[in-house]
Write a protein that binds this ligand. Structure first.
Ligand code: ZN
Length: 273
């Protein structure tokens, strides 16, 4: 099947450091509440169906997709407190629910969700998943055993918090490889979200792998709308750009951010903003 999975990070009202990780690199992924509202409103304008949840994604085939269109999902990485303070209510206003991926070593720290809030979000119908324990930025390069340990520790904390099983996760840094999937499976994960901008949902080493389209600071306010309504070729273009980045990142090291900026600026959707 195919699915258009949207990837958000924290949103903020007064300052980007309110929620989640606080480096300049992290802040590049955060939206203001107003920008987040605009992205959601854009989706609502073109889609009457609610976003899918991970529990449904494994059961659907293309023909069974609601409204005959490629279904979409809402996911939020890192476990920042803004899912509790700002994001959940905005989704629920539309009768939507999303996926909240938590970096469990940060639970209860300043700017991050605490256990009570995580339980509250689950009770309100949001899917709680693992975003690793310590949020290694280059997760895909970790030794295999370390990947499994990160996943297992994170999953145990969430299961202890929620009192039920947790088998959904996203990859910090987003890069995907078969090793990443194998490690996730070994740690009990069955649905794994990457940051590879693809709509294809496929089984790999026991896990269902779901790509995602990232929304960043400075994106055009109709980017989410374009993603959920666009013809396939615009998403394919994004996939091509992503692959170019994946190729140059290990070679360029610190220069990567500048090149990534250039690539992002070269995207047709950015020029249209
Ligand atoms: Zn992250």
């Amino acid at each position: 099947m195919r699915a258009i999975s949207l990837l958000f990070h924290d949103v903020w009202q007064d300052h980007a450091d309110e929620s989640g990780f606080t480096s300049e690199a992290a802040n590049r992924y955060k939206l203001t509440c107003a920008d987040f509202d605009a992205q959601l409103a854009g989706v609502t304008d073109v889609r009457s169906d609610a976003p899918l949840l991970a529990s449904a994604i494994t059961r659907l085939d293309d023909e069974a997709a609601p409204s005959g269109r490629v279904p979409f999902l809402v996911t939020v990485d890192d476990g920042g407190v803004s899912y509790w303070t700002s994001i959940a209510e905005r989704l629920e206003r539309r009768d939507w629910r999303g996926h909240c991926f938590v970096s469990t070593d940060f639970i209860g720290r300043r700017g991050f969700l605490d256990r009570e809030q995580i339980r509250g979000l689950a009770a309100r119908g949001h899917v709680i998943g693992s975003h690793s324990a310590s949020h290694p930025t280059r997760f895909h390069t970790l030794p295999f055993d370390r990947m499994v340990a990160e996943r297992s520790r994170s999953r145990l904390v969430l299961e202890d918090t929620l009192g039920c099983g947790v088998d959904v996760a996203s990859v910090p840094g987003g890069f995907y490889s078969p090793r990443v999937a194998r490690a996730a499976y070994e740690a009990g994960i069955r649905v794994l979200f990457t940051s590879e901008p693809v709509t294809r949902v496929e089984a790999q080493d026991g896990c269902v792998i779901v790509g995602r389209f990232t929304l960043r600071r400075g994106d055009p306010r109709d980017r989410a709308q374009r993603l959920v309504s666009a013809p396939g070729w615009t998403r394919s273009l994004e996939w091509a750009t992503w692959n170019a980045k994946a190729l140059v990142k290990p070679l360029l090291g610190p220069s990567y951010i500048r090149v990534a900026d250039w690539l992002m600026a070269a995207r047709p959707s950015s020029r249209a903003s």
